[in-house]
Design a protein around this ligand. Structure first.
Ligand SMILES: CCCCCCCCCCC/C=C/C(=O)SCCNC(=O)CCNC(=O)[C@H](O)C(C)(C)COP(=O)(O)OP(=O)(O)OC[C@H]1O[C@@H](n2cnc3c(N)ncnc32)[C@H](O)[C@@H]1OP(=O)(O)O
Ligand code: NDP
Length: 278
């Protein structure tokens, strides 16, 4: 689909690149010639994914254990990266969510979603952007958001709030940092089966939601990876401050959460008891 070497010479950090959509994007970036850095909290999973990637391609993959909720840890990761060479592209992919009745959310539970999804994305963006500007280096920030930025989404309110805030960052920085050679773009995926999303959103037990998709299917990881590759590449050099939706048209019918309005109190109690660790 793309010219060989579309991303040759690009050094890309994908947060949460050890699993799910982050790993799918990383694989595609490598295949297109990029040098890849993936970060996350779970060192073992990062290493396992990187070792598979190294076997699949001859590309360079580096792993960094970093909890992006911790600004000092983010700064230290960026310092380490810049000591070797500047990044060219940051992909804000790491995030967290779970379904819950909002009246049952403790403050700690709300913060468990806001901290990685909003603060983590902001810390990574500020840390990379400041270094690009100081070094007079061009950069691209791609943030993986959600169609909840358009529809809102019941029962995942902290996630919808955080993703909307990162969309505001994307639009605002497009104007502020565009003149400094930094593009900010975003993708809003619909349902793409991953272990993280399926576990946290109970996607498997909720076929109705998926079947209401106008295209009658969920997204393929390769479809998202292709879109991401285009948006971060120089071929998309005139796209700035935009969010591209990739959901088969699903959000035009529903936010995807309406079936949860039919859940009984017993189902919600069961959900609270069966909390999944992402
Ligand atoms: C609504 C349906 C939509 C249909 C389809 C539409 C299209 C799809 C749209 C998808 C949009 C976004 C998707 C994603 O983000 S998918 C990625 C999912 N991946 C992850 O979440 C991975 C990361 N996950 C985690 O880190 C953890 O799972 C967690 C989020 C829980 C955070 O863990 P942490 O260790 O920080 O938290 P603690 O265990 O210490 O708990 C902190 C407080 O949070 C409370 N908590 C935890 N889980 C739940 C829960 N399931 N329900 C309610 N409350 C929860 C916990 O009790 C702590 O609070 P208290 O101390 O007050 O008890
Ligand atoms: N799959 C889907 O249907 C959809 C996904 N999205 C978005 O796509 C992105 C990827 O989701 P998906 O692949 O499904 O889910 P995953 O659960 O696989 O991905 C989440 C990743 O984020 C990392 N992460 C979480 N918290 C932190 C943290 N504090 N510091 C560093 N890394 C962290 C996790 O690694 P670790 O646990 O090692 O820290 C993990 O690799 C997310 O932004 C999600 O909101 C949006 C819409 C739909």
């Amino acid at each position: 689909m793309f010219e060989t070497g579309l991303l040759r010479g690009k050094r890309i950090l994908v947060t949460g690149g050890g699993s799910g959509l982050g790993a799918a994007m990383g694989r595609r970036f490598l295949a297109l010639g990029a040098e890849l850095v993936i970060c996350g909290r779970k060192r073992d999973r990062l290493e396992a994914t990187a070792s598979e990637m190294r076997q699949e391609t001859s590309g360079k993959v580096t792993t960094i254990a970093c909890d992006i909720r911790d600004g000092a840890a983010v700064d230290s990761m960026m310092d380490g990266l810049w000591r070797e060479a500047p990044l060219d592209i940051l992909v804000n992919n790491a995030a967290a969510t779970f379904i819950a009745q909002s009246e049952h959310l403790s403050f700690r539970a709300a913060d468990a979603i806001l901290a990685p999804t909003l603060h983590g994305a902001m810390y990574c963006t500020l840390a990379a952007g400041r270094r690009w500007i100081e070094g007079n280096h061009n950069g691209v920030v791609l943030s993986i958001l959600s169609t909840s930025t358009i529809t809102g989404r019941a029962f995942t309110v902290p996630s919808a709030m955080a993703k909307s805030a990162v969309l505001a960052m994307t639009k605002s920085l497009a104007v502020e940092w565009g003149p400094k050679g930094i593009r900010t773009v975003a993708i809003a995926p619909g349902p793409f089966p991953t272990a993280g999303a399926s576990g946290q959103l109970r996607l498997e037990g909720r076929d109705d939601t998926l079947m209401r998709n106008p295209l009658g299917r969920t997204g393929e990881h390769s479809e998202l990876a292709d879109l991401a590759s285009f948006l971060v590449s120089d071929r998309a050099g005139y796209i700035n401050g935009e969010m591209v939706v990739i959901d088969g048209g699903a959000h035009l019918r529903s936010s995807g959460a309406e079936d949860l309005l039919q859940w009984t109190e017993t189902q919600w109690a069961d959900q609270r008891a069966a909390r999944s660790k992402g």
